[in-house]
Design a protein around this ligand. Structure first.
Ligand code: C5P
Length: 317
């Protein structure tokens, strides 16, 4: 019997884009991005449990704690399932034939289909957990191989693997760390409806074909503000090219954004492709007040506070 770890829990965090500049659509269907990511304290937990050995792979996937819009798939379309299969496949490619059959469990803390990289975080955590199950028997795959698998799983998976505050280019998968001082206090207003990322990107293309839209521009202001750790300047520099298509698809988001600003947030922005709205606040007390006001206003289905930057994906000790 090969010496697998029987059970591993891993954690990965959600994110907000502080700057999201979307360029033109590429021949491969992706858009060229310039993104400043910040990971947030909201997180998912992924458990991988060995139930058998043989050819290897996932036997079942269960999801708990789902909030926000849309269901989470429990079949092999789930990114965490695909992540485990890729890790098992990587070991198979290295000549290992006795591989674990596992159950995967996901405990959601990140809004579903909310523009906060929840599915990507699950994939990142599943990559780490599956590797940790197999490493005692066959050695680790190594950081470079995991990163390559992360890129294959999705544009945001490499970032959720490393976390912190990063500048992403290409599809968003080419990352360099950004100097960021201080802790940022966020309020996240969830929406009962999810938004599909490809639909939001296509809507942007369609809107740009119809008329000139303002573009996010360079990252100089946000990077300087983060380096200084000046929350008001960071708030002033927040920008997201996907906000126009997201609010066009879900006009109610405009009310949510206005309500947060009225309640004292320094700034509000649609997170990634939405529909979660992220409000940057001066401190924890201001964030608590904004959260209360958003609930009182009835402009959000649920609200949560979070801090950033948070860590990358990690194995729970
Ligand atoms: O990479 P991922 O599978 O997460 O992307 C989901 C969808 O989002 C893509 O199929 C594409 O429609 C859109 N996308 C894009 N440009 C990017 C990232 C994502 O158009 N850089």
């Amino acid at each position: 019997m090969v010496d697998f770890l029987e059970h591993v829990d891993a954690v990965a965090h959600g994110k907000v884009n502080l700057h999201l500049g979307v360029g033109d659509v590429r021949p491969d269907g992706y858009h060229e991005l310039v993104s400043v990511f910040q990971s947030l304290s909201v997180h998912d937990e992924v458990s991988v449990t060995v139930v058998d050995t043989g050819v290897g792979g996932v036997s079942s996937l269960a999801v708990r704690g789902v909030g926000g819009g849309g269901g989470v798939p429990t079949d092999n379309t789930n990114l965490a399932w695909r992540a485990v299969d890729l890790v098992v496949g990587a070991y198979r490619d290295r000549g290992h034939r006795e591989l674990p059959v596992v159950d995967v469990g996901i405990r959601k803390g990140i809004p579903v289909a909310g523009g906060m990289a929840g599915g990507s975080a699950d994939a990142a955590a599943a990559l780490l957990a599956a590797e940790a199950v197999l490493a005692p028997a066959y050695g680790g795959l190594g950081a470079a191989a995991l990163r390559e698998l992360a890129c294959r799983l999705g544009s945001d998976v490499p970032f959720t693997l490393v976390g912190g505050t990063m500048l992403g280019t290409g599809r968003g998968e080419q990352l360099v760390p950004v100097l960021s001082r201080g802790t940022y206090h966020w309020v996240l207003a969830l929406n009962s409806k999810g938004l599909s990322t490809p639909v939001v990107f296509s809507k942007l293309d369609q809107m740009r074909a119809e008329r000139e839209l303002p573009r996010a521009g360079g990252t100089e202001r946000i990077l300087a503000a983060l380096a200084r750790g000046d929350v008001a300047e960071v708030a002033d520099a927040l920008v997201n090219d996907l906000q126009a298509p997201a609010t066009s698809l879900l006009p109610a988001l405009r009310r949510t954004l206005d309500a947060g600003k009225r309640a004292g947030a320094l700034a509000g922005i649609v997170s990634g492709s939405g529909p979660t709205c992220a409000f940057l606040c001066a401190d924890a007390a201001a964030a608590a007040e904004v959260a209360d006001a958003l609930i009182d206003d009835g402009v959000t289905s649920a609200v949560t506070t979070a801090t950033g930057p948070a860590a990358g994906a990690y194995i729970k000790g």
